[in-house]
Design a protein. Structure first.
Ligand SMILES: *[C@@H]1O[C@H](CO)[C@@H](O)[C@H](O)[C@H]1NC(C)=O
Ligand SMILES: *[C@@H]1O[C@H](CO)[C@@H](O)[C@H](O)[C@H]1NC(C)=O
Ligand SMILES: *[C@@H]1O[C@H](CO)[C@@H](O)[C@H](O)[C@H]1NC(C)=O
Ligand SMILES: *[C@@H]1O[C@H](CO)[C@@H](O)[C@H](O)[C@H]1NC(C)=O
Ligand SMILES: *[C@@H]1O[C@H](CO)[C@@H](O)[C@H](O)[C@H]1NC(C)=O
Ligand SMILES: *[C@@H]1O[C@H](CO)[C@@H](O)[C@H](O)[C@H]1NC(C)=O
Length: 929
């Protein structure tokens, strides 16, 4: 129940004996009661860290918040105040020199009392708060703590109503459910988003402590470690021949003994010490002690993202010592040596000579190498962060790795990632593009708001900077490409003022804090951006943004693309050409198995209120809990896409029909993303020199129609499998110009050395009969590093003259010899892809005669009588797993062995007998799934 951490006895024995040592009481180990002034009958056990909804659910005051329409039924919770009261804290020392309350996160508006006396009020979910309560404790007999949470929606409204408060023209601030999120520093999607519910939770959502210290003692509340190449600068490519600088800065509470210094030690996994000593040039100011050391180039192994080399990590121990060399505090951080650079510099002559279009770069470089970023956008994996455990994230990140992804964009407007998430990413080699929590809105810039945001930014930048997986900082989501143009359009005369406010927050306030704390990480004010125009380092804030200062024929920045007109599938002329695609997508339904977790059997059909109202795209735009108008737009987009492109299910059994429809929306989603990823990857070989594709979105935070590729419990949608396939290092893809039927086939590779590839094209009809269509495609090609080679350029009308296109299919195979980056082992890389000239909705599908068998841990699927499109191995509820491959095509007579990885199983392995297989052909059948 009581955890004592004695920080004062490490290191050399002290000559001075102190009467007591530092004591840290973890407030997660004491008893708490949750009550509400609005509901005198509620008094339930509370937890730290937790949130009100979770504690009410544990006490059975409410049911599962994610069930059915509970989102709407539970609105009374965020409209009320909630108080967490601890039992008397008898174990506190009365003779401590100082006593502090430390909260690593309070969500969000609190009034804190200690020993019955008011301590403070807080108003930022993302800050760490610490209060000296020594004086209060000195005159207190029965120490107890209470934290009273005010209603975030009510306070957001009240903040908006403050005279002089900024407002914006209608349409600039994207409104989901609760209004006025932009006035408060709370997770923005807590007020609703188009992929999630609006619970507006409250609670002590991060660990909290009471720290008691003797005199001349410190408690470390946060630590910055910045590792960079000598002379490195956030905006320019680092010189990889330089030594490393390790800069460390410890934020402490208490009083530092005079003559304090910091000793450091870098050790490896075996515990052997690589380097140790005292940090040079130590300075102390404002509760921080800072110093640095140099680590020679070559003395440490580099950290690489997955697929590029090892994830070498080291332990760094920092000992804060006094002038007798006694350790007064110890900090351990796991670190890695790498440079990660977001390159927005002007395109150089040598790049122009290679065919790169003029303009500016926009890509990432790891340890001095440009690479192709493959991944997706991460959203908060649960509406309630205290439910997000390390083991849950590990399961999710396993799927990221298995899905051939190396980068996640951690979307702003959720919450800053917990340390354990960066730890996992460090270990697994996943780069985390990180953002400050601002999005889809412009923000006030009154002094109080800016100061509040500045504290948040400083705390978060310092907290996570030591993680080698941290790749980038962006100010906020879609501000430059969405919010600013909307103001410019709706209120052009006020645009200069709003632009100046935007710059005041994201350039003048945030940029200097980022640049002042880290030399290793690049910063940009907005996720989607045309990048910087110029830099002037004589200014505290060096960045001038480019915005629309564009030159015809030049290419700048990254892209964001949504088009809910499903007829645009495969229309490359509509996809954006840029240097990097950081968002694109289309929504789909989750599987029947996910729906069954939260929807009663009678509601399992497309038009049930429960299914409809869980579709938040487009959002209700208000607290109206029955906006069927908007929700039918979102449902309509998915069903129209299914109707346009695929045979649609019309099954006798209504649940089977629902399931088949849900699945068909997933197939469209997968097709759409695949076509865009192929387009972006080919861009690595075109003048745009496109070097990244991060689709929207990795995973779900509840069971609903969304853009996710992974459902709430970890089940993969068709998308995650198809993305895994098309994110393979070497791919072969077809590109058809939908206007004139010009047709190209390319082999694309993101390996770092060139490959020799052999290509095979085979034409079939749906029954599997080979067709005699000959092309003059190259059969052996070389593909350069991170590049593509065209193997065929023709016109389909000419090529397929006289063919029944509804019964014509092309199978493309590539097999290449090459090696992974930083490896000299030669490997074979293969990829298979299919092209169908007619939409599958009008294709002359044949029964593929699928057969499924299992031997031990391997399933075998065979198409016995025709070509099978979108073969889908399905598994029951009660288990979550990923197959090695799924959603693939099979030629007639072809069989495929498929293994799997189980993530959780409550069926005692019985699920293995309930695996089924289907393909698109099953959409044409009245019976079965
Ligand atoms: C609710 O919380 C707000 C904000 O902390 C506070 O101003 C108000 O007095 C509280 N009301 C009650 C009934 O506790
Ligand atoms: C906040 O204001 C909106 C109108 O701007 C209103 O609909 C809503 O009920 C208010 N919410 C609260 C909690 O007062
Ligand atoms: C860091 O130290 C811990 C023990 O404190 C050890 O288990 C771990 O392997 C070390 N890791 C590295 C990367 O040095
Ligand atoms: C300490 O500061 C001096 C003078 O600014 C500088 O030359 C030296 O490189 C610094 N040492 C380290 C380890 O940063
Ligand atoms: C503390 O350690 C440093 C270097 O390890 C040494 O030079 C110094 O003499 C020590 N001071 C005391 C008081 O032992
Ligand atoms: C603002 O609108 C004007 C007029 O349409 C346009 O010329 C300008 O490029 C826009 N600026 C930005 C930054 O969007």
């Amino acid at each position: 129940m009581f955890r004592r951490s004695t920080q004062a006895v490490l290191g050399t024995a002290s000559l001075v004996s102190v009467a007591y040592s530092q004591q840290v009481l973890d407030l997660g180990t004491v008893e708490w009661t949750l009550t509400s002034p609005n509901f005198s009958y509620i008094s339930v056990p509370g937890k730290v860290p937790s949130q009100v909804h979770l504690d009410l659910q544990a006490a059975q005051v409410i049911g599962d918040p994610l069930y059915a329409l509970n989102e709407f039924n539970l609105r009374w919770i965020p409209f009320s105040n909630w108080t967490y009261t601890s039992s008397p804290l008898d174990t506190l020392q009365k003779n401590a020199s100082s006593t502090w309350l430390v909260f690593n996160g309070l969500d969000t508006f609190t009034s804190i009392d200690f020993c019955g006396q008011h301590v403070a009020a807080t108003n930022n979910q993302f800050r760490q708060y610490y209060f000296d309560v020594s004086d209060i404790l000195a005159s207190c007999n029965s120490p107890g703590l209470s934290v009273n949470f005010g209603s975030a929606p009510i306070i957001a409204n009240a903040t908006r109503a403050i005279p002089g408060q900024e407002t914006w023209p209608w349409g600039v601030q994207q409104l989901y459910e609760f209004p006025n999120r932009e006035y408060i520093r709370k997770e923005q999607n807590d007020f609703g988003w188009d992929w999630g519910p609006a619970f507006a939770p409250a609670g002590i959502w991060k660990p909290a402590y009471i720290v008691q210290m003797p005199p001349q003692n410190v408690y470390v509340r946060n630590t910055l470690v910045d590792i960079y190449r000598e002379g490195q600068h956030n905006f320019f490519p680092p010189d990889q021949s330089k030594d490393w600088v390790l800069n460390a800065s410890v934020d402490y509470l208490g009083s530092l003994p005079s003559g304090a210094a910091v000793d450091y030690m870098i050790s490896d996994a075996d515990g052997s010490i690589l380097q140790s000593g005292r940090l040079s040039n130590a300075t102390t100011e404002d509760g921080m002690i800072t110093g640095s050391t140099s680590v020679p180039e070559g003395a440490v192994e580099l950290w690489w993202p997955v697929g590029y080399g090892q994830q070498q990590l080291y332990n760094l121990t920092l000992n804060v010592i006094d002038s007798w060399n006694t350790t007064v505090a110890t900090v351990k951080k796991r670190i890695g040596f790498r440079t990660i650079f977001n390159n927005q510099t002007p395109v150089l002559q040598e790049q122009l000579d290679k065919g790169v279009a003029p303009g500016n770069n926009w890509h990432f470089e790891i340890n001095g190498h440009e690479f192709y970023a493959k991944g997706s956008n991460f959203i908060p994996p649960d509406p309630f962060w205290p439910s997000v455990t390390e083991s849950r994230l590990r399961v999710l990140f396993d799927s990221v790795i298995d899905g051939n992804q190396n980068m996640l964009r951690v979307w702003s407007s959720g919450a800053y990632s917990p340390d354990f998430m960066y730890d996992l990413a460090d270990e697994m080699g996943i780069l985390l593009w990180s953002e400050f929590e601002f999005g889809c809105a412009l923000y006030p810039v009154n002094e109080e708001f800016l100061e509040n945001a500045a504290h948040e930014v400083e705390y978060q930048v310092r907290r996570v900077n030591h993680h080698p997986s941290l790749a980038y900082w962006a100010g906020g989501n879609e501000l430059e490409n969405l919010e600013l143009p909307t103001v410019n359009k709706t209120a052009p005369e006020e645009y200069p003022r709003y632009l100046a406010e935007y710059e005041k927050l994201f350039l003048d306030t945030i940029a200097p804090i980022v640049l002042g704390n880290t030399k290793s990480i690049s910063y940009s004010p907005s996720s989607t951006t045309n990048g910087w125009l110029s830099l002037d380092f004589s200014k505290v804030q060096p960045i001038t943004q480019r915005y629309k200062n564009l030159t015809e024929g030049s290419i700048y920045g990254n892209t964001d693309f949504y088009n809910y007109n499903s007829s645009q599938l495969g229309n490359f002329s509509r996809y954006p050409i840029g240097r990097f695609a950081n968002e694109f997508g289309f929504h789909s339904m989750p599987s029947l198995q996910s729906w069954q977790q939260v929807v009663a059997p009678e509601d399992l059909h497309f038009n049930s209120s429960v299914i409809m109202l869980r579709d938040h795209h487009p959002p209700a735009g208000s607290l109206n809990a029955s906006n069927f108008y908007n929700t039918s737009i979102g449902q309509g987009q998915m069903t129209m896409a299914a109707q346009e492109w695929y045979p649609v299910p019309n099954k006798t059994d209504s649940v089977a029909n629902f399931s088949a429809w849900c699945h068909t929306t997933q197939i469209f989603q997968a097709d759409f993303y695949k076509s865009q990823i192929e387009f972006y990857r080919r861009g690595s070989a075109l003048p745009e020199r496109q070097l990244g594709s991060l689709y929207w979105q990795l995973e779900d935070q509840w069971q609903a129609p969304t853009w996710a590729g992974i459902e709430y419990d970890g089940r993969w949608k068709v998308l995650h499998y198809v993305a895994k396939d098309i994110y393979s290092p070497v791919i072969i893809s077809a590109y058809r110009n939908v206007t004139n039927n010009d047709f190209e086939i390319w082999v694309i590779s993101d390996l770092w050395s060139s490959i020799s590839a052999s290509v095979n094209l085979t034409w079939y009809d749906w029954s599997g009969k080979q067709l005699n269509i000959s092309t003059d495609a190259a059969s052996n090609v070389t593909v350069g590093a991170i590049n593509g080679t065209q193997v065929l350029s023709t016109n389909l009308d000419t090529l397929l003259q006289g063919q029944d296109t509804t019964n014509t299919l092309l199978r493309m195979d590539v097999s290449a010899q090459g090696s992974l980056p930083n490896s000299n082992v030669t490997k074979t890389f293969t990829h298979t892809n299919w092209f169908h000239p007619a939409p599958l909705s009008s294709a002359n599908l044949a029964d593929p005669g699928l057969e499924l068998s299992r031997k031990d841990e391997t399933f075998t699927v065979k198409a016995t009588s025709g070509v099978a499109a979108f073969v889908w191995l399905d598994y029951p509820r009660g288990v979550v797993l990923s197959f090695d491959d799924n959603g693939f095509w099979l030629a007639a007579g072809e069989e495929k062995k498929v293994g799997y990885k189980v993530k959780s199983d409550s069926t005692d392995r019985r699920w293995r007998d309930e695996v089924t297989v289907r393909s698109l052909w099953n959409n044409t059948l009245a019976e079965g799934y």
